[in-house]
Ligand binder design. Structure first.
Ligand code: MG
Length: 211
């Protein structure tokens, strides 16, 4: 089945045009996982930025009859600050002296027809985790890539995945020459916890099912 047949075509068009760092094959995998997991419980995404992945996950969640919570403080991660490798000057607000991706993601979700089912939680991962206490259908971790940020996301969120639900982690690079090691470190921790079974990966997207 082609992507267009699997996903709402309007949402797919928005996802393709949106700024961000997600391969379409990874996006479609997230879409399908979210659709399958939506009946289990709410879906949570950690690190939404401009909403590219939120649209794939959100369209899948909507198709499955569920709700997505997009967690991000919208101040950019450590690699997106001025002077850093992934800094985008379009997202810098000189009046606030800070990054601000919130206005972009609002428009992204509106354009994709997801305003009613993909909810924005403008908060740090830690603050958001205090509010979310129901078992989750899926958690997708794609937040800060420092060891500290990834560790926080893992510690705060992995335990919230419902039995049978999915923990997905983006940016796994088994070869350290190809990318940062924080995401794959928490992926390995999740396997070592014996709480999850490994499912096939899609490119750099790791997928684990809660036992
Ligand atoms: Mg990523």
């Amino acid at each position: 089945m082609s992507s267009v047949d699997r996903m709402d075509p309007r949402a797919l068009e928005v996802a393709r045009a949106c700024k961000g760092f997600l391969d379409e094959e990874e996006g479609m995998r997230l879409h399908d996982l979210a659709r399958a997991c939506a009946p289990i419980g709410p879906i949570v995404e950690i690190g939404s930025y401009c909403g590219k992945s939120s649209v794939y996950v959100g369209a899948g969640t909507k198709a499955g009859g569920g709700t997505l919570v997009c967690v991000d403080h919208h101040r950019g991660n450590e690699e997106q600050q001025p002077g850093e490798l992934y800094h985008d000057p379009d997202l810098y607000d000189p009046e606030q002296g800070a990054m601000d991706s919130l206005r972009i993601i609002r428009r992204t979700l509106r354009d994709a027809g997801l305003e009613d089912t993909a909810l924005l939680l403008v908060a740090s991962s830690t603050a958001a985790a205090r509010l979310v206490t129901v078992p989750l259908g899926m958690v997708f971790i794609d937040g800060g890539h420092s060891f500290e940020a990834a560790q926080t996301d893992y510690q705060r969120w992995a335990g919230k995945v419902a039995h049978g639900g999915i923990l997905a982690i983006h940016d796994l690079f088994p070869n350290p020459d190809e990318g940062g090691q924080a995401p794959i470190t928490i992926y390995r921790q999740a396997i070592a916890s014996e709480l999850f079974d490994e499912l096939p990966r899609t490119k750099t997207l790791g997928v684990l099912r809660r036992r």
